[in-house]
Ligand binder design. Structure first.
Ligand SMILES: [Zn+2]
Length: 248
């Protein structure tokens, strides 16, 4: 073969491989992401926002950051976003703010979050909890050693991952039986709650609320917990999945 032609084929193959890699990583490319952070400070909402935002932007997402819930009443914003990421532990949400959030998700915006920022927000709001698919109720023993077991090895969010260890809060949650459970943890009965020994609890799940995709992980009490590679990877993949509801 002509050396120039051979070089061209090799270069084309390299470019093609690069294209494929970029295409695989860019489920978020061009997606409008509303990132709402606040609530109880112990969960480091701003630090977690500052950790995730650059990654979202690297993927090509357009990120709108707000530290106030009032953005949920902005009809134009709520109508255009592909994904809402919320980290807002406890606190309270007004009726109008809640309606704005729930309507956007029902209409096809995805929502993704972790730990108390999605799974322990607005304790008085049952329709919000119906959307999330679970509510935190306890973390016996505080920060403890526990394993996360991959339940669904085929789902793109957990595919290729193996059992991993966390030293953090092990969330005990009231969970909607309709969620698709991707990972679980088993309680050992410590922390003054011996009666829950052997309980298998969902840790990562996905579900729908109307047309919107809902993704939740109970991991990552604070920004340091994102240093566990599997915990961060699960969150990234879940965010990518949830951002695609409007493509269906
Ligand atoms: Zn926590």
């Amino acid at each position: 073969m002509n050396p120039m032609r051979k070089l061209f084929i090799v270069l084309a193959a390299i470019v093609c491989t690069t294209c494929q890699t970029v295409a695989q990583e860019s489920a978020l490319k061009g997606k409008k992401v509303l990132f709402v952070y606040g609530g109880w400070d112990g969960h480091e909402p701003k630090q977690c926002h500052d950790l995730l935002k650059p990654w979202l932007q690297e993927q090509g997402a357009i990120v709108y950051s707000y530290d106030k819930l009032d953005v949920y009443t902005d009809k134009e914003m709520m109508g255009k976003v592909d994904l809402i990421i919320q980290t807002w532990t406890m606190g309270s949400i007004s009726g109008e703010q809640e309606r704005g959030l729930l309507e956007a998700v029902r209409n096809g915006a995805g929502i993704a979050g972790w730990h108390g920022g999605l799974g322990d927000s607005f304790r008085n709001n049952t329709e919000y909890q119906f959307m999330v698919g679970g509510q935190w109720v306890a973390h016996p023993g505080g920060k403890v050693d526990y394993d996360v077991n991959i339940k669904d090895k085929k789902d793109p969010v957990t595919k290729g991952l193996k059992t991993f260890h966390m030293k953090s809060e092990q969330y005990y949650m009231h969970v909607d039986p309709s969620v698709k459970v991707l990972a679980t943890t088993t309680f050992n009965g410590g922390g003054d709650a011996p009666w829950i020994k052997g309980v298998v609890m969902p840790v990562v799940w996905k579900k729908y609320y109307g047309k919107g995709r809902v993704f939740y992980s109970s991991l990552c009490h604070d920004a340091n917990d994102f240093e566990v590679p599997e915990a961060f990877e699960i969150m990234k993949r879940g965010i990518e999945w949830a951002a695609q509801s409007k493509e269906n």
